[in-house]
Design a binder for this molecule. Sequence first.
Ligand code: ADP
Ligand code: ZN
Length: 808
Amino acid sequence: MLVETALNIPTDKTFTYVVPDHLLAEVKPGKRVLVPFGKSTSISCVLNFLTDSSLHNIKHIISVLDQHPLFGENDLLFYRWLAKYYMHPLGKVIFEALPKEKATKIKRWLLPGITFEQINHADLSREEHLLINLIAENTDGILQHQAQKVMPVKTLSEAIKNLQRRKIIRCEYRMDADSQLSGQYERWVKVTNLHDPDKSLTTKQHILFNEILSERAIPLSVLKQKVHCTPSILKALHEKGYIWFEERRKQRQPFTVSLPQESNASKFPPLNQEQAEAVQKIVEAFSSSRFSVMLLHGVTGSGKTEVYMAAAKKVIESGGDVLFLAPEISLSVQLAKRVNARFLDMDIALLHSEIPPALRYEQWMAIQREEIKIVVGTRSAVFAPMKNLKLIIVDEEHDESYKQDERLRYHGRDAAIMKGKFSGATVVLGSATPSLQTFFHTQSSRYTYLALPYRVENRSLPEVTIVSMEKGKSNDSISVLSAPLISAMSASLAGGYQILLFLNQRGFHTFFYCSDCRHTISCPNCTVSLTYHKKTEMLRCHYCDHHEKTPLMCPVCGKERIIRYGTGTERLEAEVRRYFPDAIIGRMDRDTVTGKNREKILLALEKREIDILVGTQMITKGHDFPYINLVGIISADLSLNIPDFRAAERTFQLLTQVSGRSGRGDMPGQVIIQTVNPHYYVLQRARDQDYHSFYQSEIKLRQTLIYPPFSRIVSLRLSASHKIRAEKAIETLKQDIGMIRKKTIYKTIEIIGPSHSPIEKLCGQYRWQILLKGKDISHLHSLAQDIILANKSKALKIVPDVDPIRFM
Ligand code: ADP
Ligand code: ZN
């Protein structure tokens, strides 16, 4: 029997192996196997059995590494689609999807063989005897290196060979338990049957040994509590052959992550009419078990999450599984809490990159065994092997964090839609500011449109004011807070409310330049200017690790005429402190937030221990704080000045989302947007919170310029560490592209570039890009492939990015 397998290597090829007879019962699609590869061995994933037996000289699978398959047939179809669509090797896709081990170590285990019971002891050497005794004590087998502790390696391998030949024992390779499930295993101490009474023990050793002997086997942690037991005494006993160690699986831990319950979990509001209608439509859709996509377009605070919950409840009652996706870890945790509060009697898996690998693996296997019916997570949760998926919720579907920008460059939302297709599930995309593409599909009725046009309980949307700022550089003498914003802040604080100030730029000053020679101090590894961080007195690059002391004089002309300008959140915080010395000010950006810290800041905000929170993008999303009644947007222009056809869309979403943080409680909220372009249509539409007119203007522009959704883009990212060699390679490539594009299927494809990326150098790598724009994705795929294959230069690396989001 042959199987097709995928290795975790960058190739589109799959690899065929023979399944030896003794492994026939064990080999299954979805399991990992150990295979010979090149001169060594490698882990491969079984895809399917092959019927073609005409192949010769095929190597044999050495061993099966998983007890149970890690995914099912539908999942494999999905992984294959991802590989093809995102132009990424199938093996790489699969190993990206599977829960990761810290390091994959494979170890050799020794187990009883088929003639184990009928051993003729007289035939055995002393070592073979020892080995059999060891194995007999452990029905699960023992690790080879455990046996090494009682006899020399050479003797051991002789013994293994002999016993294996006589089928008294057999060998098996397994994933290292430590790396797969650290935390799930613990160390035990056991007495051996083999202790040699000739070797004398010291008193201490004797006491310890007797203690162990009374139990025969005991967890090391328990032993340590019972008696005095130092590593050196243990070591001595071990070396004398009295005891040995074993890793045993702990009593099964609950595999779900501990989720504190929402404080107000007990009261679930009855749905209002719009919510009830939306739930009704979703229920109708999944009841038909046919794939469909729906957009739940609900303004901020309209109660979308309640709709998800009600729909999920129906699915669960009907025996189906539900997958919830959120764009960021903290949002996924928040969502998981709400889901948990709603489904108290059910196990919920929470999957994101900060969940420890062992726990992720446990959850994954529980999902695969169909013990878990609700999964919440970030984009990678889309790989979870759910068997009976009926409903997928993609919350904040417009959020660009769904796109992964390394390795497999997939979009979590789009992948979720395809997963829904393969599972016959209903996919609900939720947002207050749907992506243009999603909304476009509701216009052509490809997606069903569900609307929640009002905030719950008739709460009003915030009142938005645009404040015109003076053009020019903000240096220290010019305030970054406008007079209207300052007075609104005073009023808000006086009323006991909280304030959010949003600025999408961290650090203190964002530019250092010489007023004499105009030299701007920038990163040596990246073509971006360095940002001054006051707290650390350092200039930092926000793209790589580079940081340096702030210079007193210009490194080029030597004059002491350095001017600093531009504002980051650090400076904003300082300025707010100056105006409002009595207020408690918090800051949330990548400089102040690390992992759990973020939850702490949000909790402080919830408990009203912070009056004013200053922050970047991080503060804009999802959170529901009833006492925030003012949101200040310090500069709406930053995100507009990015060379990207989505800049307007992104800015509209950002402004609307930040604004939505205001007035979530009983009090109407207020928003102040500061800008140097007060008449720009994006800002006007954001002020009016008028998604539909924004959509109308923006979609016309896209149509005129034939940008997505009227076309598709594949971007080729070129990078090189050696500039001159790369430039040569690019010259050659240009000529090749000239030839390639003559194929008729490529006629209508627009090829832009190769040209320098907006950030020409990043982390020491020189960068260029080629954009391929066209209507037919399969033609774009093949053109991209042709160009990548045409590049023969080792100096130039080309990576495809299908449906790219970032063009920097
Ligand atoms: P969204 O996800 O649209 O921003 P949420 O679902 O988080 O909105 O709801 C916002 C707040 O309104 C939550 O505190 C929620 O409990 C409450 N809520 C939702 N639906 C209703 C309703 N029908 N009646 C009263 N309150 C509601
Ligand atoms: Zn840098």
